[in-house]
Design a protein around this ligand. Structure first.
Ligand SMILES: Cc1ncc(COP(=O)(O)O)c(C=O)c1O
Length: 353
């Protein structure tokens, strides 16, 4: 995001900096409690403090969890088009990606459950990495969808790893439900990765956490971190997470209004001025997925169009998997004038096409 973080976070960091002893820090009860309070208040999810492990980032967590809970040669299910590091977290460790392609119908992505079930029935598929809310298609999965995925995975002994880094960023009328909060019976089969980093613009401070009530898996994950020489969090990451969760709620509510306004502006501008680019309406995340297939440009030409003709820097849809070809991803977490400038540049470049 281009927005400054919550004032409470900035203030906490300044105060900590003034205490000029920067030795090792500990992840203590206050940090656990700040997470527990936040999850209860924002997501109606009550967790125990001994379900929590800490990690410098969600991508790091995915790499560790894949190594800790699967074997080489195992297959891992994902739902493309999806956040590119999911592929690396699987393939870099000798595991194989299996795809349950999301289906785009009438401007909204849904899950092909028949295909999902077929994929999880394969004995070699031992893990499913869920992106919830989904980057880049912007879906906030409904309870029914989450329940079905959870039940199918439990039935076929497939571990669910749920990346919920965008959990706090939902638009009005949409509610994020942590998949692990749905029912007690399925919790043991789920590992959830979360962080305040997207919500409060703290990614550079590298502080995130993993939640699972499954003691056996938690021990394996913790061991994996230690065996790679990873322990503890950055002092400022701890300070920032505590301040964000304990004092940042009002700031987040204001941010969500700004994002809602920016999202509506982009949706309306494209709808009004062009039929060549269709914006997939996001239900969550500040990342909008643009369907540019009607421009009929191949991937190189599409990137070229945005870079050299429109002069805007978007993410290349193809990097999210082959289903992303013909799409681009725009980040709308910036001040409105910058967004207006970007959208105007794209629309002007389209007029010349
Ligand atoms: C779905 C998803 N997971 C993880 C990350 C990155 O997490 P981290 O910086 O904690 O590794 C992102 C960042 O865009 C993301 O969209």
């Amino acid at each position: 995001m281009d927005f400054p973080t919550a004032p409470a976070v900035e203030e906490a960091i300044i105060q900590r900096a003034k205490h000029n002893v920067y030795g090792y820090n500990v992840t203590d009860d206050l940090l656990h409690q700040s997470i527990q309070q936040w999850l209860k208040k924002r997501h109606h999810w009550e967790i125990e403090s001994d379900w929590i492990s800490y990690s410098p980032g969600v991508v790091t967590s995915l790499h560790m969890i894949v190594q800790a809970l699967t074997e080489e040669q195992d297959k891992i299910l994902i739902q493309p088009p999806v956040y590119p590091p999911f592929y690396g977290a699987i393939e870099k460790h000798g595991r194989t990606v299996v795809k349950n392609h999301l289906q785009l119908h009438n401007g909204r992505y849904t899950i092909d459950f028949r295909d999902f079930e077929q994929k999880v029935m394969d004995k070699q598929v031992t893990m499913f990495i869920l992106c919830s809310p989904h980057n880049p298609v912007g879906r906030v999965w409904e309870e029914e969808e989450l329940r079905k995925m959870a039940e199918l995975c439990s039935k076929h002994n497939v571990i669910i790893v749920s990346d919920e880094i965008h959990a706090d960023l939902t638009y009005s009328n949409y509610t994020h439900r942590p998949i692990s909060s749905l029912q007690k019976e399925i919790q043991e089969n789920i590992v959830t990765c979360m962080a305040p980093s997207k919500t409060f613009n703290l990614a550079g401070l590298q502080a995130s956490y993993i939640i699972t009530p499954n003691k056996k898996w938690k021990a394996k994950i913790d061991k994996q971190f230690l065996s790679q020489g990873l322990h503890g969090l950055n002092t400022y990451g701890i300070i920032a997470m505590e301040a964000a969760y304990l004092e940042g709620e009002q700031w987040l509510n204001s941010l969500l209004q700004i994002l809602e306004d920016n999202k509506n502006y982009v949706m309306e501008s494209f709808q009004k001025h062009t039929d060549k680019i269709k914006v997939i309406e996001p239900e969550g995340t500040y990342l909008l997925w643009l369907d540019c297939r009607d421009l009929k440009l191949d991937n190189t030409a599409l990137k070229q169009f945005f870079q050299t003709e429109a002069k805007v820097g978007l993410n290349d849809g193809a990097s999210f998997g082959d289903d992303g070809e013909g799409f681009m991803r725009i980040n709308i977490a910036c001040p409105k004038p910058i967004l207006e400038e970007g959208v105007t540049r794209i629309l002007k470049a389209l007029e010349k096409k």
